[in-house]
Design a protein around this ligand. Structure first.
Ligand SMILES: [Zn+2]
Length: 151
């Protein structure tokens, strides 16, 4: 019931409104560029580590198993990094098109304090909290459904 409401609100979100002055936008753009740089360096390191692992020799099956679970861990990290890299790039696009700092759900400005702590955010704190509550409810419902159909 709450989902369609959220969708309607995001449709009425006023695109193209410039709420921040140029100086602040440049500051956040610099912040995002720094984040992107660090993420790309980290992602490159992870990829290099993975290549080195796969060239290794595995005489002990126990060691090999632990190494493979490590590699799964690296893949998860890499996936998280990739998602964050995309988020940073999207935030940089929003700086360019003038929608940075506007909540994409309610269209109100996101507080500067929140943007400083998390420049990639697309939601104000009120909408973020609402979204988290919904997610938690959906997760709980999902768990109940899975439990009633054991595999
Ligand atoms: Zn909002």
């Amino acid at each position: 019931m709450l989902r369609p409401l959220l969708l309607l609100r995001s449709l009425s979100y006023p695109r193209g409104r410039v709420l921040m002055d140029q100086e602040k936008l440049l500051y956040f753009k610099g912040l995002l560029e720094g984040m992107l740089h660090d993420l790309l360096v980290e992602a490159g390191k992870t990829a290099t580590d993975m290549r080195q692992d796969s060239n290794g020799d595995f005489p002990d099956p126990t060691d090999r198993a632990s190494l493979e679970s490590d590699r799964n861990f690296l893949l998860r990290i890499k996936d998280r990094e990739r998602k964050l890299i995309m988020k940073v790039k999207e935030a940089m696009d929003r700086v360019d098109n003038g929608t940075f700092g506007i909540c994409e759900s309610c269209g109100r400005p996101i507080s500067e304090k929140r943007l400083m702590a998390r420049p990639v955010t697309t939601l104000c704190i009120e909408c973020k909290t609402e979204g988290e509550n919904q997610e938690r409810m959906e997760r709980q419902r999902g768990t109940k459904v899975r439990r009633s159909f054991p595999s």
